[in-house]
Design a binder for this molecule. Structure first.
Ligand code: SF4
Length: 68
């Protein structure tokens, strides 16, 4: 099983909480005022950060799934 992040840019409100929680996978586009997902399938070592970024998104624009 591996981590898979699903990001909905249309829902992103630019709070940048995700970037604070998991800088390993998120970047921020200042012009668009939206998060940018750099790593869709991050290493298991950053699982806690990734899950926290999804929990801390006020816009619920982030989901984390397990994939084969
Ligand atoms: S926390 Fe959510 S709303 Fe805020 S920048 Fe990240 S994805 Fe967008």
């Amino acid at each position: 099983m591996s981590l898979h992040i699903i990001f909905e840019p249309a829902s992103c409100q630019g709070y940048a909480n995700c970037l604070i929680e998991a800088p390993e996978v998120w970047d921020f586009d200042e012009d668009e005022n939206k998060a940018v997902l750099r790593l869709e399938n991050p290493d298991d070592a950053v699982r806690a950060h990734v899950e926290s970024s999804a929990r801390c998104c006020p816009a619920q624009a982030i989901r984390v799934e397990e994939r084969q």
